[in-house]
Design a protein around this ligand. Structure first.
Ligand code: ZN
Length: 283
């Protein structure tokens, strides 16, 4: 699996001179499988840049197919959809899988952002490409391009966000953005989802002090992310979904503090990788 980051910011895009190095776009990660299938994790504003990149491939000619995994439908995870160029090209096919009591309910939520009060697109039916929406049943695995995908919900403020485990051969990648654990930490099902991951991408929105001040927002501190990675025996921890007010220097400091925390809490062997736009990893 090749993992690439197109948007690593939380909550709202934060472009500008202070965020150039890590990037200001909101959540979007692509995974290219061994068979060349494309899996897209979340549709934040980074999706626009992935789309422009894809125009040089079969997606530019209407011959592309991809799976989109949606953790939840907050703005910073869906706002790229209306600016994702391949979705307007007839012949392309997208299968979106996400959280919802039913597929029609999930489709209705996505349809909501196309309402003429919010967007000139009016409806998902105007996208051009085939765009099929399916609700995920937590814990029930499915395959996408030869990759086995399992999802489990995490608490996220007043709602929940799905965490995804992707397995291809012996390689495993877990995507766990937007996580606000209760006092007992991850549920047993989520612990099992994280276990032994080659790479655990985890919400590191805040420093511990900021997290304590804004607990109701449902995000993690770097300490909570590190604890999850240590408990899971993950090989790598990928820091992700930085607060919109954090500059590149703030993220540098957060990463250094997370490294120190890992080193002093049993996670010395865990490689810490701060996600940044354009960064690519092979698992
Ligand atoms: Zn978010």
């Amino acid at each position: 699996m090749k993992v690439r980051f197109w948007g690593v910011r939380g909550s709202i895009p934060a472009p500008g001179p202070d965020t150039n190095r890590y990037g200001g776009n909101t959540s979007c990660v692509s995974v290219t499988t061994a068979t060349g299938h494309l899996i897209i994790l979340d549709m934040g504003t980074g999706l626009m840049h992935l789309g422009n990149h894809l125009l040089a491939t079969e997606f530019g000619k209407g011959g592309g197919a991809a799976t989109i995994l949606l953790s939840h439908a907050h703005w910073d995870h869906i706002q790229g959809l209306g600016f994702f160029a391949p979705v307007f090209i007839p012949g392309n096919r997208f299968e979106l899988r996400g959280h919802g009591r039913s597929s029609s309910m999930l489709e209705g939520i996505l349809e909501g952002q196309m309402n003429p009060n919010f967007s000139p697109l009016y409806t998902l039916k105007n996208l051009g490409a085939a765009f099929d929406v399916h609700a995920i049943v937590p814990g029930e695995p499915f395959t996408a391009g030869g990759v086995r995908v399992t999802a489990q919900p995490n608490p996220h403020g007043t709602t929940t966000a799905l965490a995804f485990r992707l397995e291809e051969g012996a390689a495993s990648f877990v995507y766990a953005s937007d996580v606000g654990y209760g006092p007992d930490g991850p549920t047993p099902a989520v612990r099992a989802l994280y276990r032994g991951a080659d790479a655990l991408l985890h919400d590191t929105t805040y420093t511990p002090a900021d997290q304590a001040r804004r607990q109701s927002r449902g995000f993690s501190s770097y300490e909570q992310a590190a604890d999850a990675a240590i408990a899971a025996g993950a090989k790598r921890l990928i820091a992700f979904h930085y607060d919109q007010d954090y500059s590149d220097a703030d993220v540098d400091a957060l990463t250094a503090a997370c490294r120190a925390y890992l080193d002093t809490h049993g996670g010395r062997a865990i490689e810490l990788i701060p996600a940044a736009e354009g960064l690519e990893l092979t698992l």
